[in-house]
Design a protein around this ligand. Structure first.
Ligand code: APR
Ligand code: PHB
Length: 389
């Protein structure tokens, strides 16, 4: 088989890139290790920056998102029993959009399948060959049969545990990583959200977040030890702990119900450099991970896709290769700023095992400064709604 761009990974990054390139007459094949249903069963975040929303519209897959999403003009930050609001729209002119990653991925699958895209599921042993030559190719096995795809370029959209990043020799690649000494226990429940906007809460007992998917679907998180398992947390225990970490007025109005999903995710900051090696380009989680505190995971993938999409269109339509040559540099410049913001939000809102009294005073001063200072609020708002591409 032959294609112009072989895309490894059928998550949001790979699907969005494939859809955008298809609309410009550029041929792709997507190789996905799992099935569509498996990919859609993963619960991920649900806050979209304007840049992501515009890219979905440009890809022609914005219709359901525009009809079903919610606009949030701000967010609440709480500490102890205190709370204040950051008004994104007042500070930046831009709100954020609430639309679950599951829904967005479903829209992308529907669009790709309606266009007859070459989506190959259950691929095993995917390997990228000769990426540092002009004739790269990808091999894989499906249903016990070995296959080969020759291509011009490979897009590594296969997430943190994929093969693409590992294909870049260790003599060329440099990884930067920070692991946090706690995880987030997340619960999805068919209950109305406790508040009309998200509530990020710093409490003596650890961080908590109240988020949502729609008027009757709430997503809540609490910081927990990495050694915990979801089985350690009955629904009752989770709701009790969440209440204790929220200001009284939210704790009192919280509507609880059975959890329909419960999982623990570790928190990690990670960046690999460079994001391009020869004809291989890394996008999304394959190249970088942020802790979820700033809701940047999916949104950092969007800027990679934006740069790579425009670079490929310039190459195929106008024989202009500058965008491809500068991809890694441009993508990383934005990624590091999103990494900084996510790391800062994480430090601001969590309890760390090694924190001494002084550190707690610094955290409190940071929160009070944010509460009182318009400039500090504007900085948070600009980062939260997304820096320009
Ligand atoms: N071969 C083929 N597919 C693979 C391989 C492989 N060796 N390894 C992983 N994959 C697939 C995974 O099954 C997954 O469906 O690649 C896909 C990667 O998808 P995501 O992990 O969702 O990553 P990405 O598409 O970059 O999405 C951006 O950022 O913070 C997150 O929540 C956010 O998941 C979102 C991600
Ligand atoms: C979510 O809704 O899952 C969510 C929202 C905001 C975050 C992280 C997760 O910062």
């Amino acid at each position: 088989m032959r294609t112009q761009v072989c895309i490894i990974g059928g998550g949001p990054s790979g699907l969005l890139l494939s859809q955008l390139l298809h609309n410009k007459g550029i041929d792709t094949i997507i190789l996905e290790r799992k099935t569509r249903d498996y990919v859609l069963s993963r619960i991920r975040a649900g806050v979209l920056e304007k840049g992501f929303v515009e890219l979905m519209r440009e890809a022609g897959v914005g219709k359901r998102m525009d009809a079903k999403s919610y606009i949030h003009d701000g967010t609440v930050i709480a500490y102890g029993n205190e709370e204040f609001r950051i008004d994104f729209t007042a500070h930046t002119g831009t709100p954020v959009v609430i639309y679950g990653q599951t829904e967005l991925t479903r829209d992308l699958y529907d669009a790709r399948e309606a266009d007859g895209a070459k989506l190959i599921f259950n691929t095993e042993d995917v390997a990228i060959h000769d990426a540092d030559t002009d004739t790269p190719y990808v091999t894989y096995t499906v249903g016990g049969q070995s296959q080969r795809i020759d291509c011009d370029y490979v897009a590594g959209c296969d997430g943190f545990h994929g093969v693409s990043r590992q294909t870049i020799p260790s003599s060329v690649r440099r990884d930067y990583e920070k692991l946090y000494p706690f995880g987030w226990l997340g619960v999805l429940s068919e209950t109305p959200p406790v508040h009309e906007e998200l509530v990020y809460s710093n409490s003596d007992r650890g961080f908590a977040l109240c988020s949502m998917r729609n008027a009757n679907l709430s997503r809540y998180y609490i910081q927990c030890p990495l050694s915990d398992s979801p089985d350690d947390w009955s629904d009752g225990k989770f709701w009790d702990e969440l209440r204790r970490r929220l200001p009284d007025r939210h704790a009192e109005s919280l509507i609880t119900g059975p959890s329909i999903e419960k999982s623990i995710a570790p928190l990690r900051s990670f960046v690999t450099e460079p994001m391009r090696w020869g004809r291989l380009f890394l996008c999304g989680d394959a190249a970088h991970i942020v802790p979820p505190t700033g809701a940047k995971g999916l949104n950092t993938a969007a800027s990679d896709i934006y740069y790579l999409y425009h670079a490929m269109v310039a190459f195929y339509h106008d024989k202009e290769s500058e965008g491809l040559d500068r991809y890694s540099e441009k993508a990383l410049a934005r990624i590091w700023k999103a990494e900084r913001f996510s790391w800062w939000m994480t430090n601001l809102l969590h309890r760390f095992p090694q924190q001494i009294e002084f550190d707690l005073k610094m955290q409190r001063a940071d929160l009070e400064f944010l509460r009182e200072n318009e400039a500090a609020q504007k900085v948070l708002a600009e980062n939260y709604v997304g820096l320009p591409f």
